[in-house]
Design a protein around this ligand. Structure first.
Ligand code: 6PG
Length: 467
């Protein structure tokens, strides 16, 4: 049997992707560094094994694939990808295509795409975890359009579908696909953090049991907040370990593999404000400092946290989350626009929202509305698109009440409060940056513009203090 495609790396994600590809009718050749892993995978593939070609050397893998070949790499992001490319390179023909489907840093993907010689290269962001990989991930491709087109039939077939439309799209050249995946992950961090903050208000502010929190999330999942992350948060909150809620036995120390951080670093490089995502990454870092937090609590005492009766309603919490989510996505899409300008990518905003509607971790019903709003209002920040502007007008008062109660009673809500601060800044026509400009001119003669006089490089009457 000649394979239509090859796959290297049979870890959880690679194995699931390979089964998905085989199930959609494409014969696939697979290889793993440890041969036993390959053998076990093939032996466990059941009826799909008829479309799986297990191979025990790279030469065997390459020989098993129809020309021009396409080979998916599903190995840990970083040096392992470069090593794998190096090992494959001498075995490939110029038209053969390597597809890196790991969570690569998009700068690495750009570099690898530029260095590809004697083979072709695509970088592809894949979201949806193990389940997604097996039954339909969201796929964000980057590289040459013609290379994408060559493998699109396979990728579209294995991807998640939203009302029959494949969630697999070519985003642009080089690292564009992995960049969009990084923004996805930044938003993923922010969505998760906002849910955790609201859970905190319910747990510490309203003394609600985990099961009751779960019921609230389940109810929200039937409304505007319908999303995979709210759905699984309900399940997490309702789960028990014997008598105890699971949430009460899980250590409050969050892990991370770094993709959220990449998003924040890139946003800083691009001077593109994404404060909700930044706060979410910061919160993970603070969560990891468990000993210091415990020392802090011993020194200062825990904040009071308990809210007086009626201070915050569950309906306000829902509004806060709706507002926070819109603001976070507005920032995320803004970052994508900034990157598009900087890197010369024509990133298709509505198509990005569409590809996130199913399969990926941040999938939600709101993304369909975002896709529509972005298509109807090209070049406009999402928060100013009429549909979302109306939603913000209705939901920001709830966000403000929740954040105000949190500030008053010591319930930290970094992501939600950053969302609110950003909103307030973005609707302030006359900010306080005139003071910053005055300071800069005072100590560094950096100059400023005047409201009543055109022209730059003007200076203030700082006298002998002028630098
Ligand atoms: C996805 C996820 C996934 C991510 C991990 C966890 O879209 O399927 O974003 O790619 O790697 O789920 O990431 P952290 O360890 O950084 O939380």
């Amino acid at each position: 049997m000649t394979a239509r495609i090859g796959l290297i790396g049979l870890g959880t994600m690679g194995a699931m992707l390979a089964l998905n590809i085989a199930e959609k009718g494409f014969p696939i050749a697979v290889w793993n560094r440890t041969t036993q892993v390959t053998r076990d995978f093939a032996a466990g593939a059941g009826e799909l094994s008829s479309r799986i070609v297990p191979t025990e050397s790279l030469e065997e893998l390459v020989a098993a694939i129809a020309k021009p070949r396409a080979i998916i790499l599903m190995v840990p992001a970083g040096p392992a990808v470069d090593q794998q490319i190096e090992a494959l390179r001498p075995l490939l023909d110029p038209e053969d295509l390597i597809i890196d489907a790991g969570n690569a840093n998009f700068h690495d993907t750009d570099r690898r795409a530029a260095a590809a010689s004697g083979y072709r290269f695509l970088g592809m962001g894949v979201s949806g975890g193990e389940e997604g990989a097996r039954h339909g991930p969201s796929i964000m491709g980057g590289g040459a359009r013609e290379d994408w087109d060559r493998v699109a039939p396979v990728l579209e077939a294995i991807s998640a579908k939203y009302e029959g439309i494949p969630c697999a799209t070519h985003m642009g050249p080089g690292g564009a696909g992995h960049f969009v995946k990084a923004v996805h992950n930044g938003i993923e961090y922010a969505d998760m953090q906002m849910i955790a903050e609201i859970y905190g208000v319910m747990r510490d502010g309203l003394s609600m049991k985990a099961s009751a929190v779960g019921e609230v999330f389940s109810a929200w999942n039937a409304g505007p907040l319908q999303s995979y992350l709210v759905e699984i948060s309900a399940a997490v909150a309702k789960a028990v370990d014997g008598e105890k809620p699971m949430l009460d036995v899980i250590l409050d120390k969050a892990g991370q593999k770094g993709t959220g951080r990449w998003t924040v670093i890139e946003a800083q490089n691009l001077s593109s404000p994404i404060p909700v995502i930044e706060a979410a990454v910061m919160a993970r870092n603070v969560s990891a400092r468990l000993d210091e937090r415990r020392r802090g609590e011993a020194e200062f005492g825990a904040a009071p946290m308990a809210l007086p009766p009626g201070a915050v309603t569950v309906a306000q919490l829902e509004q806060a989350m709706i507002a926070g989510k819109i603001l976070c996505y507005a920032q995320g899409f803004d970052l994508i626009v900034a990157a598009g300008h900087e890197f010369g990518w024509d990133l298709p905003l509505p198509a990005i929202a569409r590809v996130w509607r199913e399969g990926c971790i941040i999938r939600s019903s709101m993304l369909n509305d975002m896709a529509t709003a972005l298509a109807e209002n090209p070049g406009r920040n999402l928060m100013l698109a009429p549909f979302f502007a109306a939603h913000l007008k209705a939901s920001v008062p709830g966000l403000r009440s929740v954040v105000a109660a949190g500030v008053a009673h010591g319930l930290a809500m970094p992501a939600l409060s950053q969302g609110l601060a950003w909103f307030d800044m973005m609707r302030t026509g006359r900010s306080t940056a005139n003071m910053i400009q005055g300071q800069r001119d005072f100590f560094g003669a950096h100059g400023f513009e005047r409201l009543d006089q055109p022209g730059t490089g003007l200076h203030g009457p700082w006298g002998g203090h002028m630098a």
